[in-house]
Design a protein around this ligand. Structure first.
Ligand code: PLP
Length: 334
């Protein structure tokens, strides 16, 4: 496993801190919670996509692209970080935003991530829910090529084997950090969506033979679909970095009980988790990913399932708190 073999542009502030969540731990009565601050990767308010973009944009530059194109929901953290990375590196950027959340508000359509996309001067196209987003990406790529441009297509969430390298890197970083600090990690927990984060972590931890289980908490699909998609990308990533033997299917765990009505639709448990984390730790989660993941973690701790009191649990904070401004009404005090 040698990441320097792959093209890479440094964008993230790493290593991100690994911090105890002592107040939340006390409030919940154990296990010992830690947070890996990938919300602090530094690019335009940070988040997990920045690690992936180091390798994706690295490859885009290597192949001589002049434009990057990608897609996501209106409040996509991935599109916002892609737009910032492209701007910084002198690449043009086009993003396609799907109106994936049915009951959206004006602040959802104009504030938070999408406000920042506009600030970067990114070309934005909005399309209805249910649009074939991969098809839409290919169409835009075709238009750019027809005008003599060189597009580089980044899939939604930056989740392919190239983007997943960012989370292979995070796995290496986390294990070193825990070893230095003398922290035994019993579980890693995080929000899983387009799968690159979990796939990269699984491949990286496998490559180090760390034997640390990764517990994904889903935000859109069913358990079966999510675990299948994570497994497929984890295997492809493991092969890409030369980890032999693949990833056993039963190492892939995604709990999808906390999605609620669907992607980006607030749940009561998410609001409670975001509020609890803010009030105990002064730490901001987000409404779409880390808030639902923390809601799951809190519920599983209360039920005394999965995690034991004496365990050390690392919650990877994947970022997105700027999305809170797209959901202000949900959090407005009564
Ligand atoms: C994209 C995203 C995730 C999910 O990561 P995937 O690699 O897409 O599974 C989690 N949290 C935040 C804040 C995100 O923006």
């Amino acid at each position: 496993m040698h990441l320097s073999r792959f093209p890479r542009i440094r964008l993230a502030h790493t290593p991100t801190p690994l911090e105890p969540l002592s107040n939340l731990t006390r409030a919940l009565g154990g296990p010992q919670l830690f947070v890996k601050r990938d919300d602090c990767t530094g690019l335009a308010t940070g988040g997990n996509k920045t690690r992936k973009l180091e390798f994706l944009v690295g490859e885009a530059l290597e192949v001589g692209a002049d434009t990057v194109i990608t897609q996501g929901a209106v409040q996509s953290n991935h599109c916002r970080q892609t737009a910032a990375a492209a701007t910084k590196l002198g690449l043009k950027c086009e993003i396609i935003l799907e109106r994936r959340v049915a009951e959206s508000t004006e602040e959802y359509e104009t504030s938070g991530n999408v406000l920042l996309d506009q600030l970067f001067g990114t070309a934005i196209r909005r399309v209805p829910a249910g649009t074939d987003m991969n098809g839409a990406l290919e169409e835009v790529a075709g238009e750019i090529r027809a005008k003599g441009g060189k597009p580089y297509v980044i899939p939604g969430g930056g989740s392919n084997r190239v983007g997943a390298l960012g989370y292979v890197g995070c796995a290496i970083e986390l294990v070193h950090q825990a070893n230095e600090a003398g922290i035994r990690i019993d579980h890693v927990v995080h929000a899983t969506g387009s799968t690159g984060t979990q796939a990269g972590l699984l491949a990286g931890l496998e490559g180090m033979n760390a034997r640390i289980p990764v517990y994904g908490i889903g935000v859109n699909r069913s358990k079966e679909q999510q675990e299948g998609a994570v497994h497929e990308l984890a295997e492809a990533t493991a092969e890409y970095i030369g980890v032999s033997g693949g990833i056993e299917r039963d190492r892939v765990v995604a709990n999808c009980d906390y999605v609620g009505q669907g992607y980006g639709v607030p749940t009561e448990a998410m609001v409670e988790a975001v509020t609890l984390t803010a009030r105990h730790e002064g730490l901001l989660l987000d409404p779409v990913y880390s808030g639902k993941a923390m809601a799951g973690l809190i519920d599983l701790i209360r039920r005394r399932e999965v995690f034991s009191k004496g365990d050390n649990v690392v919650f990877i904070h994947t970022g997105g708190s700027v999305g809170l401004f797209g959901y202000g009404q949900v959090f407005a005090p009564a």
